[in-house]
Design a binder for this molecule. Structure first.
Ligand code: SAH
Length: 231
């Protein structure tokens, strides 16, 4: 844990003033994300603008910009900011891109993606999280986000192919339905491994050829579904 996050934790769990959240966001970029090698200016601008504190419970708002994942209810977590930056940068998004996200969770990653592409289709399997995130997208005017309550391991065939696919829960294997729904060229980012630890994989499809690269050791909550872990 960085000095920054422990400082933030010590501040107490009282909500910060609006300016202080902007300062916390800037420090998050400067102290956690840029030094670890995420430098894409568009990704940094998106993460500098999305109010991460509104995607966590009220009692945790003052810790929202710390260097760690936080609980979001239903046994799930919002990813550490650096991991959101790393995964987003790996997708190489352009303004015209259509993106599929599996694991809406709090909706924070979705909101970051929505700043960088034309449309985000996001799927969540747990109703309380789906309902809360959808309400937040409306309130904050993230209008290019479309949500679905379903098992995302089978993708969203009606809107395929997708220029980019991001999976924010870890599966035992790469779901074949998602690979089929990835455009050519297209990029998918997904953690794959066992329940304790996984590799963050970047999967690229180009001229019909699939290549895979692992870019980080990570620990995500489980991807549960027909092409993931059994409940
Ligand atoms: N990107 C999220 C991280 C949420 S944690 C955020 O920024 O907050 C991962 C989420 O994936 C959890 O909400 C979990 O319920 C969801 N999930 C797990 N398996 C899934 C599946 N098969 N389909 C859709 N969502 C799934």
């Amino acid at each position: 844990m960085s000095a920054n996050s422990s400082n933030l934790k010590r501040i107490s769990s009282r909500p910060l003033k609006r300016n202080n959240y902007a300062t916390a966001r800037a420090r998050m970029l400067e102290e956690q994300i840029i030094p670890r090698g995420v430098t894409d200016s568009q990704v940094l601008a998106a993460m500098g603008s999305v109010p991460r504190h509104l995607f966590v419970e009220d009692a945790l708002q003052s810790q929202a910009y710390g260097d760690y994942a936080l609980p979001i209810g239903s046994g799930q977590t919002i990813s550490q900011p650096y991991i959101v930056g790393l995964m987003t940068e790996a997708l190489n998004l352009r303004p015209e891109h259509i993106v599929l996200e599996i694991g809406t969770g709090s909706g924070y990653q979705t909101a970051v993606l929505s700043q960088l592409c034309a449309k985000v289709y996001t799927v969540e399997r747990l109703k309380p999280l789906f309902v809360k995130a959808r309400r937040l997208f409306d309130q904050l005017h993230y209008l290019n986000v479309v949500c679905k309550l379903d098992d995302g391991t089978i993708g969203w065939p009606a809107y395929a192919p997708f220029d980019a696919i991001i999976v924010t829960a870890a599966g035992p294997v790469l779901p074949s339905a998602l690979l089929t729904q990835l455009a050519d060229p297209g990029t998918m980012v997904i953690p794959v491994g066992n329940r304790q630890s996984q590799k963050l994989m970047v999967v690229r499809k180009c001229d019909g050829v699939i290549s895979e690269e692992d870019i980080e050791d990570v620990r995500f909550v489980r991807l549960i579904g027909r092409q993931g872990w059994q409940p």
